[in-house]
Design a protein around this ligand. Structure first.
Ligand code: URA
Length: 210
C-alpha cells in the first residue's frame, strides 16, 4: 500500500470496475456503474468525518445520538468527466456543496490553463473532495488542487476511479497533504496519455461522445 493512497478494494467496487472496463459496456450501463462506484468511494472518503452528539427522543427514551459535526463537504468536479461521478456522491451526501473547475491543456506549453472556477465562499470551512475519474499524468489534478488552495480550501482529498503510479507521484510531489482515494492503480500511461489497461476516455464513455 502506497502512503497517502487508499485503494478501495471492496469486492463490489472491483466487480463494478471490471464491468466498466469492458469495451462493450453500453453508455447507460457505464454511467450507472460510475455512479454506483462513486457512491462507494464517497463512503470511504467520508469515513473520518467528525461527529457530535444531539439529544433526541426515540419512541422509547431520550438519547444522545451521533450526527455529523459542523459544515460538511464540498465536492469539486474537474470538468468534464468529474461531473459524471458527482451524481453517485450526491446520492450519499445530498447536503454537500458542489464546485466546478475547468482546465484545458495549452497546446504550446502543455501546461493546464484554467477556464472556469466556481466554488462556495465557505470552502475553507469544508472538507473539499476533488473528483476526476482518471488520475493519468496528474497535471490537471495537481493544478486544480493548487487553485482550490488559493481559493481557500484547507482540507482536501482527491477521488478517482483509476490511477497510475506516474499520476500519483505528480500529485504527491505537488500536494503531499492530499490523500488519494482510487478504485485501482493500473500499470501505467501509454504514449497518448491513456491509462493502461484502463477503461478508455472516461468523458466520452460517460457522455456517449464517441
Ligand atoms: N483520461 C481518460 O479519460 N482516460 C485515460 O485513460 C486517461 C485520461
Amino acid at each position: 500500500m502506497m502512503k497517502g493512497v487508499i485503494v478501495v478494494d471492496h469486492p463490489l467496487v472491483q466487480h463494478k470496475l471490471t464491468l466498466m472496463r469492458d469495451k462493450d459496456a453500453p453508455t447507460t450501463d457505464f454511467r450507472r456503474l460510475v455512479s454506483e462506484v462513486a457512491l462507494l468511494l464517497a463512503y470511504e472518503v467520508t469515513r473520518d468525518l467528525p461527529l457530535e452528539t444531539r439529544r433526541i427522543e426515540t419512541p422509547l427514551e431520550v438519547m444522545d445520538a451521533p450526527v455529523l459535526a459542523g459544515k460538511k463537504l464540498c465536492f469539486v468536479s474537474i470538468l468534464r468527466a468529474g461531473s459524471g461521478i458527482l451524481d453517485g456522491m450526491l446520492d450519499l451526501v445530498p447536503s454537500a456543496r458542489v464546485g466546478h473547475i475547468g482546465l484545458y491543456r495549452d497546446p504550446k506549453t502543455l501546461k493546464p490553463v484554467e477556464y472556469y472556477l466556481k466554488v462556495p465562499d465557505d470552502l475553507s470551512e469544508r472538507l473539499t473532495v476533488v473528483v476526476d475519474p482518471m488520475l493519468a499524468t496528474g497535471n490537471s489534478a495537481a493544478a486544480a488542487v493548487t487553485r482550490l488552495k488559493e481559493a481557500g480550501a484547507k482540507a482536501i482529498k482527491f477521488v478517482c476511479l483509476l490511477s497510475v503510479p506516474e499520476g500519483i507521484e505528480v500529485m504527491q510531489r505537488a500536494h503531499p497533504d492530499v490523500e488519494i482515494f482510487t478504485a485501482a492503480i493500473d500499470r501505467g500511461l501509454d504514449d497518448h496519455g491513456y491509462i493502461r489497461p484502463g477503461l478508455g476516455d472516461a468523458g466520452d464513455r460517460l457522455f456517449g461522445t464517441k
